[in-house]
Design a binder for this molecule. Structure first.
Ligand code: BG6
Length: 484
């Protein structure tokens, strides 16, 4: 199978925070891979902008090192890196002062798409937006790309949206949630809305419950000062997990177009019921053989921030009334494994009697690693000895099904940056979506703060605290195993 490359128009992309971690790990190597694949058209340029004093050559060296370290395994023709580096330059720019802005303006061309990537602390978003405007860099067609966290709560998200709205229209603002750029996440929509098989069963009548797990093996080391002010709820649930929940639960949009999709996602968020605090389990990893505890990582022996959360939610609408959605995410867990599992109800009547046992169809969509899907189907256990049933997975690993092409799929950032250049906002969060998500999470966070809730300690390398298992057990259900 040959993947289709849809060319984009030549562009000027300015990366504020161009020397930062995200730029080095994701943005620049991602752009290089797009260049290698031939998608970055001739006449495009990348301008790094940050406070550090660097010459063009010094910045190019930094880009070259970043590509060597994080570039990924794609074969590129010899000499490609040099050609790529010729498109790169650097301007020392002060987000809070006037230095560098005139020079930056001088680099912009009229006939190309202009995009400004804010890969900086959110406290600088307003300064950058205002200066882009004041120094005449922002044209009516320019785009700004913003990284999370998008606010710390509803009030700050609203303030940020209002600040940006002074200088940019909503159609120019691209709020990145990199989970939406993941291949399997988009596949979720293809599976739901491209097949006849699943959608008729995709509702409370046939679905017993849905589990969403995003498990990580890494701790918070190195990011402790940011993370300790956020915790798993703000860092993962309010954005990534809620986006997954929206895609699983939303009604079919009339078209695969930005506002059609985002309107449906917004309806899901607005239909989420407040969560009873008995249905939330917060955890914090303790010390283990191969690493310090959370509290040591964040250098606060009394920290009450959660590095794990499990919760049961309900969506109040016709499709999902009564069907629980269990969400779980955490750091320093047993495996890096993210999946969405749709667990269907038992057959209404078993003609095979009690000995046949209890069997359920489960559609599991694996986000990472080994992207793919499995559908557990109940069949007869082979051999003589009566009618015993067994569940076997119909397994579709994308790597097996699509061959080497599956290895070549662009990483989330590559895809999303190309969407920015194309002007396609479908996979980006709209301002009202972000606000609605905060409106749902704020009372939960305020609730545990008011109760002085202390997260339960869990062993690193485990599946999280015992109480998270109990959350399911109490309902006669169980979590799927966290395994890579
Ligand atoms: C980020 C969070 O948004 O997503 C991190 O801030 C987390 O804490 C990361 O580790 C997970 O992303 P991925 O793509 O590795 O699953």
């Amino acid at each position: 199978m040959v993947s289709r490359l849809i060319p984009v128009d030549p562009f000027d992309l300015v990366i504020f925070g161009g020397t930062g971690d995200l730029a080095r790990r994701k943005i620049l190597p991602g752009l290089f891979r797009r260049f290698c694949s031939g998608q970055m058209p001739e006449g495009s340029q990348i301008v790094g902008a940050a406070r550090t004093e660097l010459s063009d050559d010094e910045y190019r060296q930094m880009v070259s090192d970043a590509v060597a370290e994080f570039g990924g395994g794609r074969a590129c023709e010899e000499g490609t890196l040099d050609a790529f580096l010729k498109t790169v330059s650097y301007v020392t720019t002060d987000a809070k002062g006037d230095g560098g802005w005139v020079e930056l303006h001088g680099k912009m061309r009229d006939a190309t798409v202009r995009a400004f990537y804010f890969s900086v602390a959110p406290s600088l978003f307003g300064d950058l937006a205002e200066r882009l405007h004041r120094f005449g860099l922002a044209t009516p067609d320019s785009r700004i790309v913003l990284e999370k966290p998008f606010g710390h709560d509803l009030a700050t998200a609203k303030a940020l949206n209002a600040t940006l709205a002074q200088h940019f229209n909503e159609t120019q603002i691209y709020r990145i949630d990199h989970y939406l750029g993941k291949e399997t996440v988009q596949n979720l929509m293809a599976v739901r809305f491209g097949n006849m098989l699943f959608e008729p069963l995709w509702n409370a009548q046939y679905v017993d419950h849905i589990q969403i797990t995003v498990a990580e093996t890494v701790g918070v080391g190195g990011r402790g000062s940011y993370y300790d002010k956020s915790g798993a709820m703000r860092d993962m649930v309010q954005n990534h997990l809620m986006q997954l929940l929206c895609l699983i639960a939303m009604e079919p949009p009339a078209k695969f177009e930005p506002d059609a999709v985002r309107d449906e996602k917004l309806k899901v968020i607005r239909a989420l019921e407040p969560v009873d605090w008995h249905h939330i389990v917060r955890g914090q990893y303790g010390a283990g053989d191969n690493g310090p505890s959370y509290r040591e990582d964040v250098e606060d022996p009394k920290s009450r921030t959660e590095s794990f959360i499990a919760m049961k939610c309900h969506i109040s609408n016709w499709r999902w009334a009564g069907t629980p959605f269990y969400l779980r995410t955490g750091k320093r867990l047993k495996a890096r494994a993210s999946e969405i599992a749709v667990v269907f109800k038992d057959a209404p009547h078993s003609i095979f009697g009690a000995d046949a046992g209890r069997h359920r169809n489960v559609l599991a969509i694996r986000l990472q690693p080994n992207e793919g899907m499995t559908l557990d189907v109940t069949i007869k256990e082979p051999g003589p000895g009566g009618m015993r049933l067994v569940d076997v997975p119909l397994d579709m690993s994308f790597a097996d099904a699509l061959g080497p092409e599956a290895e070549e799929v662009p990483d989330a950032y590559e895809r999303l940056i190309m969407d920015v250049i194309r002007g396609n906002q479908t996979l980006f969060m709209r301002g009202d979506e972000v606000e609605a998500a905060w409106a749902w999470t704020d009372p939960l966070i305020e609730g545990w703060q008011a109760r002085h809730d202390v997260p339960k300690t869990y062993d690193p390398g485990s599946s999280g605290p015992e109480d998270a298992l109990m959350l399911m057990h109490r309902d006669g259900r169980k979590w799927r195993e966290v395994k890579a």
